[in-house]
Design a protein around this ligand. Sequence first.
Ligand SMILES: NC(=O)c1ccc[n+]([C@@H]2O[C@H](COP(=O)([O-])OP(=O)(O)OC[C@H]3O[C@@H](n4cnc5c(N)ncnc54)[C@H](OP(=O)(O)O)[C@@H]3O)[C@@H](O)[C@H]2O)c1
Length: 229
Amino acid sequence: MRIVIMGGTSGIGLAAAEHLTAEGHEVTVTGRDPERLAAVKDRVHAAESVDGASVEQVAAFFDRLGSIDHLVLAFSPGAVGIGNLREIDLADLRAGFDGKLFAYLSAIQKARVSGSITMVSAASARAALPGTVTLAAVNGAIERIVPPLAAELAPVRVNAVSPGIVDTAWWSFLPPDQREAQFAAAGQQVPAGRVGTGADVAAAIGYLIGNDYATGVILPVDGGFTVAR
Ligand SMILES: NC(=O)c1ccc[n+]([C@@H]2O[C@H](COP(=O)([O-])OP(=O)(O)OC[C@H]3O[C@@H](n4cnc5c(N)ncnc54)[C@H](OP(=O)(O)O)[C@@H]3O)[C@@H](O)[C@H]2O)c1
């Protein structure tokens, strides 16, 4: 199968790329940073520089590529707009929407997909955590577009995985000691007793891609965060 993973050079996307490559698929990953692209290019079919937030670059990429079987959308602008609503800059809130929701929608518009589309949302969409209004709004919107898109794009299947805290470079905005403390505390708050890994989420992405009867699904992969609240 020809699979594209946008945001496949780090974290969850990279883990998905490795998982799907090991299953024998032809995986093309995209990202922006040339060093990250160079580091992964020999581990996948191809690694291409595409800014997912640029409608022009996304359109040109999918025109070049032609038809694909599966699309995985695994990028975001990172930890923008974190903080209580009254303290955040509205421009950051908007950047959260532009860099994830609108970017995902533009990729879905442009890609020629025959099998499935899997988006990566976040457990913040289903939580009530102070300081996460931007994340909840953006990822909540992504989770809400899954059902209408699954109906509209059928027979193409449309799903999302909804991870809890996952140990990836997304968290690099925190100094290492704070990050470790945050992960330890978060791990204690979920039944699984730890934060997630990219491989945990990659396995769920692989399931959604591989199961021809799974569509319209929002699959939590959060160590039980949802039930622990
Ligand atoms: N880590 C968590 O705790 C967590 C929890 C819930 C949900 N998520 C979601 O999981 C997804 C993946 O995050 P991650 O944790 O794997 O983060 P990550 O390790 O920082 O990886 C992000 C990937 O996206 C790429 N990317 C970022 N902006 C891009 C853009 N404009 N165009 C193209 N590629 C872009 C990055 O490469 P370049 O920077 O080189 O472009 C990188 O390959 C995100 O949607 C995130 O919101 C993460």
